[in-house]
Ligand binder design. Structure first.
Ligand code: PFF
Length: 511
């Protein structure tokens, strides 16, 4: 490929890597819990509709944009747009920020995996999930050491390059993850009381009826939750798919590939739910804990509830614990390396533009070191356990209040991502026009989805993204901020549309 950037060894290798990027912590602790809270099966339907009409379309758009321009997001947006060039920066900023907490959480997984492994080897008496988690959070240097370990793993993989590092890791890692997931599902479903967890996940309204939550969230919240989750889970609007697409051969079928990635990610998210939620609920019921008090999402699900589940299984628990945290670790690594690659590709492309050949190893090393600096802050904060100052506390902003992890998450996943996706949709739909993307799509497949793509990218994507962005802005400003949220969301969309319709690029292309 151009500039000796390298490329995927095979289409299946690319698919494994893209699925690896999509399957991550978001699938394991985000999807099942949000699904349960937000109406079970109803949430799944809304999620699927959004995935098909918005996620799938943006996935095609991003892969096409990357492949057509042969560069990462900054170069790609610069090459095709005159009004939205700067979105590329947003798409490099977000992955960098996400890595600040992703690498800390990856470090926690290494810590838990090692602990379970040593329990297995030495038959040590297990420590309760609560004690383990709080002693880990309040030991900042310990967390930093494990974060470094996680980043060293990412460094070693990314240094190997696209086919020699990322593709190789995922080609082994993804099937292994799938296999381990099946084993955990079998164990989870065999626990007494598991059915309650399944009902929480799948039966509409059961979260309230079964006493898991007090009141059901509003439809606006469900839409924003499902949309936000779908974007994060599919690794969209963060440069990852543009970057991976830029290494893809012209003969590959972008539509088929996008469909496979979306379907695989959704299947794994549902499977992850079936693996963890029934076990967590069954264990809680056995212990006499009211279901409303069992942590079923976020870090507490992974590092408190599930560790207690493994502890309660006797000797075999350490084996399942080791297997489970290894599975989560693989999911975290496969996503993290795509985030690191977005930033690394930017520097590699930048050097190529200047006529130089960047040393990949050195670039990846500097990127990982820069990530370590911000990650150390998140590690030191220990989810707010160590009294580190958080910006929202002084500014009184709800979304930034709790801890550095939430702050970083709100910046990237909460705001930059839906903003980037909305503007990207407007750029493709209204500035450069869907046909320029479709031209790229046609190299490698037929014209079967042209009509669907045109309508979705012009109307459904902006509409869906305004809803998601507005919901996120409302959450950012706290309760009762829906008017501000929707006002700002619609305002940003309107400004974006005006910018697109009056763009010199649009006029130039129309000639
Ligand atoms: N998709 C990953 C998850 O579900 O955890 C997170 C992620 C990876 C988001 C890569 C964005 C990205 F570019």
């Amino acid at each position: 490929m151009e500039n000796n950037r390298g490329g995927w060894g095979s289409n299946i290798g690319f698919l494994m890597a893209a699925i690896g990027s999509a399957v991550g912590l978001g699938n394991i602790w985000g999807f099942p819990y949000k699904m349960g809270r937000s109406g079970g099966f109803t949430f799944l339907i809304i999620y699927l509709l959004l995935a098909v009409f918005v996620g799938f379309v943006i996935m095609i758009g991003e892969l096409a944009l990357g492949r057509r321009t042969g560069t990462g997001p900054i170069g790609a947006y610069h090459a095709v747009s005159s009004r939205f060039k700067w979105i590329g920066w947003l798409a490099v900023f977000s992955p960098f920020i996400i890595m600040s907490f992703y690498s800390v959480l990856g470090g926690y997984c290494i810590e838990y995996m090692s602990l379970n492994l040593s329990n297995l080897a030495f038959r040590a008496a297990p420590i309760s999930g609560e004690d383990l988690f709080s002693s880990m959070l309040t030991n900042p240097w310990g967390s930093v050491v494990f974060t470094v370990l996680f980043l060293v793993i990412c460094y070693l993989i990314n240094r190997g390059g696209i086919s020699g590092g990322i593709e190789k890791f995922n080609t082994v890692g993804m099937p292994a993850l799938f296999f381990m997931l099946v084993i955990i599902i079998v164990k989870s479903l065999s626990m007494e009381g598991a059915i309650e967890g399944l009902k929480f996940m799948f039966v509409p309204g059961y979260a309230v009826a079964g006493g898991f939550i007090e009141t059901a969230p509003s439809i606006g919240t469900v839409l924003a939750t499902a949309g936000g989750q779908m974007f994060f889970s599919l690794s969209l609007a963060m440069g990852a798919m543009i970057t991976y697409g830029s290494y893809l051969g012209k003969q590959e079928n972008l539509v088929k590939n996008s469909a496979i990635i979306v379907i695989a990610d959704t299947i794994v998210a549902t499977m992850a739910g079936i693996a963890v939620i029934p076990a967590a609920v069954a264990h809680g019921i056995q212990q006499g804990i009211p279901v409303g008090e069992i942590a079923l999402g976020g870090p507490s699900l992974l590092f408190v509830t599930l560790q207690n589940v493994f502890n309660s299984m006797g000797d075999i628990g350490a084996l399942f614990g080791t297997l489970f945290y290894l599975l989560v670790l693989i999911a975290a690594i496969s996503s993290a390396i795509s985030l690191v690659e977005v930033v690394a590709t930017f520097f590699i492309d930048h050097a190529a533009q200047k006529g130089r050949t960047a040393n990949r190893g050195r670039v990846v090393l500097y990127v990982c070191l820069a990530i370590l600096v911000e990650a150390a802050l998140v590690a030191f904060d220990g989810l707010g356990s160590n009294g580190v100052w958080v910006p929202g506390q002084s500014l009184g902003i709800a979304g930034w209040n709790d801890c550095w992890l939430d702050f970083m998450d709100m910046l990237s996943e909460g705001l930059a991502m839906p903003l980037g996706a909305l503007l990207m949709g407007i750029m493709v739909g209204w500035e450069i026009g869907p046909d320029s993307t479709l031209d790229e799509v046609h190299s490698g497949c037929g014209r079967g989805i042209d009509g669907f793509f045109r309508i979705s990218i012009k109307f459904l994507v902006p509409l869906g993204m305004v809803l998601v962005l507005s919901g996120q802005i409302s959450e950012f400003f706290g309760a009762d901020a829906a008017t501000i949220g929707y006002g700002l969301g619609i305002g940003i969309c309107a400004v974006g549309l005006i910018a697109a319709l009056t763009s010199p690029k649009r006029r130039e292309l129309k000639k």
